[in-house]
Design a protein around this ligand. Structure first.
Ligand SMILES: *Cc1c(COP(=O)(O)O)cnc(C)c1O
Length: 364
């Protein structure tokens, strides 16, 4: 009896081990989960290094000058994260007691730990607009009259493109020009949270310098769709970047042989931009299937690499997420009754096929 049990137990544990080894998780939670490719690791190993606080790391310097040139900006600063580049930019553009205009669902407001209040001591004027994008016509009423002593001085407008909460939505160039000219007219700096700017550029078929002309500062994530392990780049005028560099140091973001990280970013810029349309294609293929499933009420329009699913039964969100994970599909809760699936560098056609065949058969 005992022996039988033990054997049975052993068998079970063997099966389980084999199963977990065989089961590959297709991880749609975020495009931040990508691991560096062997070629990227090779570029890291070969990178020439120096002390970047002395501005002597050749790889960091090359990354900064490459991205600045690409976007037609004077200078760039390599930072630890997109939160850091956004927060530094906002600190440079504003003074305590000022006000920042941004979309009510923007990352700088929702997902940076209250950083604007904490780091810049500014208030925010939250603006609405379709799928995470500021409606240019709503900007006017958000601008405070600088002569009215009651009101905080409006000091910055910030735009997010692609807009994460909008399900990876992309601004039209027309809207960006409208926002740009509003800012010009009112002497307001304009910041772009371009965590996924390359996804937007692909959709609009635009060269980066077009966006460089529209924005005073741009934050770009290397660790999202580009697939680098760490890092973001902040772009602006030389004067702006000099100020940003001081603030980065104060925040503890002055890194030494940071070329180890910058090398991965350079590699990503050279090798992973051209493949971004594949992510968009796969996101569309996934969405086409998802919208046919009985437990899905609606799939939000897919413009880039993000698929947001509205569930038939909102109360089932966590149960569905857990069940999918048991079947090898990881996704992330995205507000009440919604799940988000993001395609990226580490999801190839076979990963997508695996996910699609599971999704076709799984029932709740
Ligand atoms: C990811 C992201 C950021 C930066 O996030 P970090 O994790 O700090 O690099 C900023 N804005 C948007 C829209 C993002 O999706």
């Amino acid at each position: 009896m005992e022996a039988k049990k033990a054997v049975k137990g052993m068998n079970q544990s063997i099966t389980f081990t084999i199963k977990t080894k065989l089961m590959r998780i297709v991880d749609f939670r975020s495009d931040t989960v990508t691991l560096p490719t062997p070629a990227m690791l090779q570029s890291i190993v070969q990178a020439p290094l120096g002390d970047d606080v002395f501005q002597e790391d050749p790889t960091v310097n090359l990354l900064e000058s490459t991205v600045a040139k690409q976007f037609g900006k004077e200078a760039a600063l390599f930072c630890a994260s997109g939160t850091q580049t956004n927060q530094i930019a906002i600190m440079v553009h504003t003074t305590p007691g000022g006000e920042v205009i941004c979309h009510e669902e923007s990352h700088i407001y929702k997902y940076e730990g209250g950083g604007i209040a904490r780091n810049s001591q500014c208030s925010m004027k939250l603006i609405q607009g379709n799928r995470g994008r500021i409606a240019p016509s709503l900007l006017g009423p958000c601008l405070n009259n600088p002569k009215d002593l009651h009101l905080p001085l409006t000091q910055l407008v910030s735009v997010e493109d692609t807009a994460n909460r909008g399900g990876g939505s992309v601004y039209t160039l027309e809207d960006l020009y409208a926002i740009h000219s509003f800012c010009q007219k009112n002497h307001l700096p304009l910041h772009l949270d371009g965590a996924r700017i390359f996804n937007a550029l692909v959709v609009n078929g635009m060269q980066p310098h077009v966006y460089g002309e529209l924005f005073d500062s741009i934050s770009i994530c290397l660790s999202k769709g580009l697939g680098a392990p760490v890092g973001s780049v902040l772009l602006g005028t030389r004067e702006f970047i000099n100020k940003a560099r001081r603030i980065r140091k104060v925040l503890g973001g002055g890194m030494r042989q940071a070329g180890i990280l910058a090398a991965a970013g350079l590699y990503a810029l050279e090798n992973h931009v051209e493949r971004i349309p594949l992510d968009h294609l796969r996101a569309n293929q996934l969405a086409n299937l998802l919208e046919k499933l009985p437990w899905v009420r609606e799939v939000l329009p897919v413009e880039t690499n993000i698929v947001v699913v509205v569930l038939q039964d909102a109360s089932q969100r966590d149960a569905i997420q857990n069940e999918l994970l048991k079947h090898g599909i990881a996704c992330i809760a995205f507000g009440p009754g919604m799940l988000r699936f993001v395609t990226h560098l580490n999801i190839d056609d076979s990963g997508l096929e695996q996910a699609i065949s599971v999704l076709k058969n799984v029932t709740f």
